[in-house]
Design a protein around this ligand. Sequence first.
Ligand code: HEM
Length: 506
Amino acid sequence: MVWIFLWILLISCLCIVLYLKKRRKRMSNEPPLDKGLVPWLGHAVEFGKDSATFLLKMKRKHGDIFTVQMAGRFVTVLLDPHSYDSVLWESTAKLDFAAYSRLLMDRIFDVQLPNYDPHKEKNMMKTQLQGENLSTLTQAMSSNLQNVLLSEAKGTTKTWMKEGLFNFCYNILFRAGYLTLFGNEREHSNKETSKNKDRIHSETVYHEYRRLDQLLIKLAYSTLSADEKKEAASVKKRLWSLLSGENLNGKLNRSNWLEGYRNHLQDLELQDDMLARAMVLQIWATQGNIGPATFWLLAFLLKHPEAMTAVLDEINRNGKLHGNKIQFNNPLLTISQDLLDNTPVFDSILNEILRLTAAPYISREILQNMTLRLADSREYNLRKGDRLCLFPYLSPQMDPEIYEEPEKFKYDRFLNADGTEKKNFFKNGKQLKYYNMPWGGGGNVCIARVYAINSIKLFVFMMLSQFDFQLADPEARIPVFDTSRYGFGLMQPEHDIIFQYKPKVE
Ligand code: HEM
């Protein structure tokens, strides 16, 4: 008995000595190191609950660059926007964009892509989402939006329909965006029936997708309960089946983006089941942000009558100038690209909404020991195997040195006095290159931002021209964030806010 006790004591002592010897220490010229109190876990729990509050606390303690320990990993966080170029344009041999995405692809979507070449994929997608393909996509989006938004509201002119605004926006944008990229349901004899099928099918896909989206953060942090794990597995299975190669082959109007992506995957010689998993990943990557962005936009417009008036004035002015007034009963013919491109007031509002609600991490794996030189000439050594992370939500987007009252919505924040777009913002007396980063930056900036902006505008203009809508309770406050979602793109509200709408009577 005594021997067993002595053995356990000896092994425990050895473990403690090993742990103390291997414990990471800050070396000279490295960023301040904060390991937290709990060995190995470090700050993971606090970070996972509300990373914006945690990182702000670290910024106040250590300044605009520091390294924190989280679940065995060391992450260096840089919060000086003047220095972001040194990360965004660093060579991929030193800072890798794809490794973190690959990890999340596997952990969340069970996707493994051997021989995956992110540069090839990106070049392919760029062609399909920009240039000549952009107008085809925008037209398809307009037509699908009309189908899911306008047809469903037919015959409801007398009574107000009540619904959660977040669910409403996410549902409509997701379904129209999904039909635009993945194609329409086939129906040989009757076009109207095909549209019906589109509405029913896209609702089914949205329902499954939304359940997965609600489990997404826990999937990313591997913190699902046993029941949630089962649920995530069965939701994914249903989505894989809905997006199987066979089902996609049967669709009409598949976008060039979809065809290009499928060809790209076929070159990787993947099995059919892996192809379907990659489709589910793409559904999230392409549809996860637009719906939530549009929700915040409508919510702020409804709470800020001065912004709503400014948008409506701009649309009317544009109508007179460009002869393409948005009219009741004729939305498709009258929302032209010309109108979409000439909306500085709307653009300012969208920039302001995204400044307030877009909070992605920009993460890179450090592939070799390297020195990071900041804009003010400070130099820091970074270690191979750590992760480097920018969090533009804290700075520039919510930085009080850059924006007066950064937590407030000001619809004209991005407008000059002469009505043009304001682009000059300063920190420490120096003009910023990166003053708002909802679309990322540098070599990995969102390649579909014009398509995304077009989609948001089409939806908002259709809502404004075709519906009367208001908050069910005019005193209701804009909901707070679900703080667990910091880092994963657009924030989502902690709870929904009820609004009511009915088609306008001419
Ligand atoms: C409001 C809507 C959207 C927002 C706020 C947004 C934001 C972003 C951000 C922040 C990144 C950079 C990620 C990083 O550097 O780590 C990104 C990349 C990307 N986005 Fe978007 N996005 C939106 C909509 C879309 C849509 C609709 C599509 C496709 C149809 C899309 C396709 C992509 C792709 C393919 C990349 C990767 C670019 C690369 O490999 O360098 N995005 N997006």
